[in-house]
Design a protein around this ligand. Structure first.
Ligand SMILES: Cc1cc2nc3c(=O)[nH]c(=O)nc-3n(C[C@H](O)[C@H](O)[C@H](O)COP(=O)(O)OP(=O)(O)OC[C@H]3O[C@@H](n4cnc5c(N)ncnc54)[C@H](O)[C@@H]3O)c2cc1C
Ligand SMILES: C=CC1=C(C)c2cc3[nH]c(cc4nc(cc5[nH]c(cc1n2)c(C)c5CCC(=O)O)C(CCC(=O)O)=C4C)c(C)c3C=C
Length: 470
């Protein structure tokens, strides 16, 4: 059986890894549209040794998907190259928001719940207790902003949840579905009338899963998040070597321009070349897949097109030694109406020498077009980043090194209705018996762990259907 994987980002590479693991006899090829692998993961190493991460920089070790990634990391022999941020370090404990003209640390301990810490106007526990008296409302889906506002109050929606959504999908919490981040809590409200009642009824129903060896170590050593000493790109690069060494051909500069899919038939147009595998795993964004199937499957195309991506401007900067408040960085609540989504203190997360401070300013996301138009110049983005570093942190120094990147359509938005569209997409593929399996960040989670897990599920489902045909 021949399987083609569309896209050589982390999920496409992971799909190849898991296909090999499940069935060594498959003929697998990866078709990547650009001239490099890794997709949005890119760790640019400067001549002075500093690493500018353009996309993701940390991975969460917790949860089923987090542990799955740790197993993969261990299988790839990357254990010794991990660099964790431990729970006791400032980068784990101090997460900040910029609001009302100041940087504020968010409470990071149980005790912190009982104190009034600005920008909140009362102790966090008071917002949480509001859930007990808030009336419930039966809805199919709603925005995470509306849900939190209803159950806990506007302060929490504005100053906690909205910036958090910026720091996970660069999105507008007034558009993002509650199921994106709070599926369990939303289900408790819908089923029991309040979150608190749901928590009490399910106190002993905590799902436990056995941890991998590295998962046990991460738990014992209290890793908050982790990366790799040579940057996060180490992960896709190592998967690439792994799959290449096992004979998987990887075809770069092979952009698919059209797809024909019918039962038992896949035709992939790559410029003026045609490839016809028996099955296709698509790891590209739903937005891109929507364009490729539009002529033949307009209904599927519309469903896929509902899941749109937003653009983020990433400005990596290296200074001499700046005296910073220690922490992971800060996020800016959209209510503040600044053009900045947040700033990451890279050199506090992963120190790179006493005389160097590395920061990353991220801008745009759901507001990119409104703020910067279609095609802002590098200078405009750099000067905006510098202007707001001065406003928020008082940084007046000029950077010694910098890099401006515009990540076009880099992150999907799970807006209200997302879960329903994903169900419809799967139903369409099944009803029309299309030889197509989906993975990547458009459907079941946008993080590194989610996309690796989605690739594992995709690969296992392909192998299962092959076995069923035997
Ligand atoms: C700014 C930013 C910060 C992030 N930070 C974090 C973080 O800290 N932690 C975390 O867990 N996650 C983070 N993420 C999310 C993480 O980067 C993604 O989950 C992950 O990189 C998605 O990988 P992917 O392979 O699914 O998609 P992609 O990286 O988009 O890969 C898709 C690949 O398909 C190729 N392709 C596209 N169209 C075609 C075509 N027509 N034909 C052939 N090939 C095609 C592309 O060139 C690309 O290589 C961040 C994302 C961004 C943008
Ligand atoms: C503090 C500043 C942060 C900025 C600015 C930021 C931007 C940003 N992040 C994503 C996507 C993801 N980030 C993820 C994790 C994550 N991000 C921050 C902080 C900032 N992000 C932290 C502290 C963490 C770790 C959270 C934790 O669990 O401890 C993830 C992974 C989420 C997961 O489920 O694992 C994603 C995805 C984008 C697109 C972005 C651009 C503005």
């Amino acid at each position: 059986m021949s399987v083609a994987i569309l896209g050589g980002g982390l999920s496409g590479l992971s799909a190849a890894y898991y296909l090999l693991k499940s069935n060594g006899k498959l003929s697998i090829r990866i078709l990547e549209g650009s001239s490099r692998l890794g997709g949005w993961i890119r760790s640019n190493k400067l001549d002075n040794g500093v690493i500018f991460e353009e996309g993701p920089r940390t991975i969460r070790p917790r949860g089923l998907a987090g542990d799955n990634t740790l197993s993969l990391v261990q299988d790839l022999g990357l254990e010794d190259r991990i660099t964790p941020i431990y729970a006791h370090q400032p980068a784990a404990k101090n997460r900040m928001v910029y609001a009302k003209g100041k940087l504020h640390s968010l409470p990071s301990s149980f005790g912190g719940l009982f104190k009034t810490t600005p920008p909140f106007s009362k102790p966090l526990i008071m917002y949480l207790l509001n859930d007990i008296i808030a009336s419930s409302k039966r809805v199919e889906d709603e925005s995470i902003y509306d849900f939190v506002n209803r159950r806990f109050g506007q302060d929490l929606a504005d100053y906690l949840i909205s910036p958090l959504i910026c720091g996970i999908c660069a999105g507008d919490s007034k558009e993002i579905s509650v199921n994106f981040l709070m599926k369990g809590l939303f289900e408790y409200e819908q089923k029991y009338g309040s979150i608190y009642k749901g928590l009490v009824r399910n106190l002993f129903n905590v799902e436990k899963h056995e941890l991998s060896e590295l998962g046990v170590k991460a738990k014992r050593e209290k890793w908050s998040v982790y990366s790799f000493k040579t940057g996060l790109e180490t992960l896709p690069k190592t998967i690439e070597s792994h799959v290449r060494s096992r004979g998987v051909p990887i075809e770069l500069n092979s952009k698919c321009t059209k797809l024909q899919l019918s039962p038992n038939n896949v035709q992939i147009q790559l410029g003026n070349k045609m490839v016809a595998p028996e099955h296709l795993i698509s790891s590209i964004s739903s937005q891109e897949l929507s364009r490729l199937v539009r002529d033949q499957h307009p209904v599927l195309s519309d469903l896929l097109g509902n899941i749109r991506n937003v653009t983020v401007a990433v400005i990596n900067l290296q200074f001499g030694n700046l005296r910073l408040r220690e922490g992971f960085g800060f996020l800016v609540p959209p209510k503040e109406r600044l053009p900045v989504l947040g700033v990451i203190f890279d050199s506090c997360c992963f120190p790179c020498g006493d005389d160097r401070t590395v920061l990353t300013v991220m801008m745009g996301g759901a507001w990119f077009g409104r703020l910067f138009g279609d095609d802002p110049g590098e200078e405009e983005l750099l000067s905006t980043a510098q202007k707001y570093l001065k406003v928020t942190m008082g940084v007046e120094e000029a950077p010694r090194e910098w890099k401006v990147s515009v990540l076009r359509d880099c992150i999907p938005q799970y807006t209200v209705g997302h879960d329903g569209w994903v169900r419809e997409i799967y139903r369409y593929i099944e009803a029309n018996r299309l030889p197509l399996t989906l993975c990547g960040s458009s459907y079941h989670g946008v993080g590194v762990n989610d996309v690796i897990y989605s690739s594992r599920n995709a690969a296992e489902s392909v192998c299962k259907s092959i076995n069923a045909m035997k």
